[in-house]
Design a protein around this ligand. Structure first.
Ligand SMILES: [Zn+2]
Ligand SMILES: [Zn+2]
Length: 456
């Protein structure tokens, strides 16, 4: 890279992505959409923005939502193909804020802090997990490195563009900004997962110390870059790890933080305030113990509802009431699969169990859709059935919170990407031959002895 382009790289808001090979503008899937207009009539529609519509119409034009509303209020364009969806439910495509589909090969065992490493470089676009996710009604994933490190690398935000022949490369799934750069966050973790043998920290205090130390270095690095202005002789040697931390401090990367225990959660809030991090708390098993503090910090939570309380010590006080308590305290709540920890095909049951434990039903639907979109900074494009947004939605046989309900179709940017009536697709919903992954199942949080210092 020339000194000029390097300076530009270091200054620009979308600074890191062109240098990492994502800058080449690739037309989005939406650019190739046919522009066909389709209207679904008489469905029960959950918009995730307003009250459920008992008998509604959804109109999609090309890759975008054209109109949604009561069947009497929406005018269907004359050229539209009209589908009678009586008895069916339509909801926004589900957003999973925390998934490990497609591989987890980011940071290795050489160090506990590796923010320059990207999950993108390890993803297998042909992994059947993507199609299982579509079978569950999911359309957007935040694919993350694991939780065995304090900082395990950069995440990617993906759309499941598997319509037709499907993608050939992972690049075709990326959600991009206006400049064509792929979007993603930064994965962090604390608690027992990231504690281990040296060079991993041996205690919670040391964990926070190591993180603090690196963010201070990143701050100093950025100050040098700014002070160097356009002088290539004064620029510090390029440091990909520190660049990613600078991006986090500038809110160009949302920090997605694995944390379970109440005191670990407070440590995350402390570090986030210290270094101006835009953070989403993930798992948050004991969030209910510090709901007031999380609300005061205005930090959203992506909770895991289904995880064995015996799976790890930190989850023993996990409760299905977590979502309700956090929501009632004023915390924005989403759910996640942590796939492979829980199966994307039955993601909706996370919301159902939260409702069974008293969570407001509309909030729980939002927790599968728009709240997750907000936590990825994508709420203006996805997460609700709103005119102008991407035409990402699922058509279901009934109430999404019933275990008896099936996802019939999943549409991504106006293209049908899953159809239960197609036997080739159905196998990903029902299991059996061909539904298995070509990768070994790989548990997120306690599968790697080298990550865990031999502990679970
Ligand atoms: Zn985790
Ligand atoms: Zn995870």
């Amino acid at each position: 890279m020339s000194p000029q382009s390097r300076r530009r790289f270091l200054r620009q808001s979308s600074l890191v992505l062109p240098a990492l090979g994502l800058g080449m503008h690739r037309q989005s899937f939406a650019d190739f959409a046919t522009g066909e207009t389709i209207a679904w009539k008489n469905a029960r529609i959950l918009t995730a923005k307003s009250a459920p519509i008992d008998q509604g119409t959804l109109v999609v034009q090309g890759a975008s939502i054209l109109a949604v509303g009561d069947v009497d209020a929406v005018e269907i364009p004359a050229n539209a193909k009209v589908i009678d969806a009586t008895g069916k439910w339509i909801m926004p495509g589900l957003v999973c804020t925390h998934s490990h589909i497609g591989g987890m090969g980011a940071a290795d065992g050489s160090a506990p802090i590796q923010p320059g490493v990207r999950i993108l470089d390890s993803l297998n676009v042909r992994n059947s997990g993507f199609k299982r996710a579509l079978a569950g009604g999911l359309t957007t994933l935040n694919i993350m490195p694991g939780s065995g490190h304090l900082i395990s690398g950069q995440t990617v935000y993906c759309k499941l563009r598997y319509a037709g022949k499907g993608p050939s490369t992972i690049d075709e799934l990326l959600i991009r900004d206006a400049d064509g750069a792929g979007l993603g966050g930064l994965k962090m973790a604390n608690g027992t997962n990231s504690i281990g043998e040296s060079p991993f920290p041996g205690s919670r205090g040391k964990s926070a110390f190591l993180v603090r130390e690196q963010y201070i270095k990143a701050r100093e690095y950025h100050a040098k870059v700014v002070a160097a202005k356009d002088d290539p002789d004064k620029l510090p040697p390029r440091d990909l790890h520190l660049e990613a931390l600078v991006e986090a401090m500038q809110w160009k990367r949302i920090v997605h933080h694995h944390t379970h225990r109440h005191d670990d959660i407070i440590t995350v809030l402390r570090l986030a305030q210290e270094f101006n991090l835009r953070v989403v708390l993930h798992h948050v098993s004991e969030g209910w113990k510090v709901a007031k503090e999380i609300a005061a910090a205005k930090v959203p939570c992506s909770v895991i509802v289904i995880d064995s309380p015996g799976g790890k010590l930190e989850a023993r006080d996990m409760t299905f009431r977590n979502g309700r308590i956090l929501d009632e305290a004023g915390v924005r709540v989403a759910f996640h699969t942590d796939d492979w920890i829980t199966d994307s095909r039955v993601f909706t049951r996370s919301a159902a169990l939260a409702v069974r434990a008293g969570m407001n039903r509309d909030r729980a639907i939002e927790g599968l859709t728009i709240a997750g979109a907000e936590m990825l900074g994508l709420e203006n494009r996805i997460g609700s059935l709103t005119p102008g947004k991407d035409a990402d939605f699922a058509i279901l046989s009934g109430d999404p919170l019933s275990v008896y309900t099936r996802v019939l179709e999943t549409w991504v940017e106006g293209q049908k990407a899953f159809d239960l009536s197609d036997p080739e697709d159905a196998i990903f919903a029902e299991g059996g031959t061909g539904a298995g992954s070509d990768l070994d199942p790989f548990l997120c949080c306690y599968a790697q002895p080298w990550q865990m210092g031999g502990k679970q």
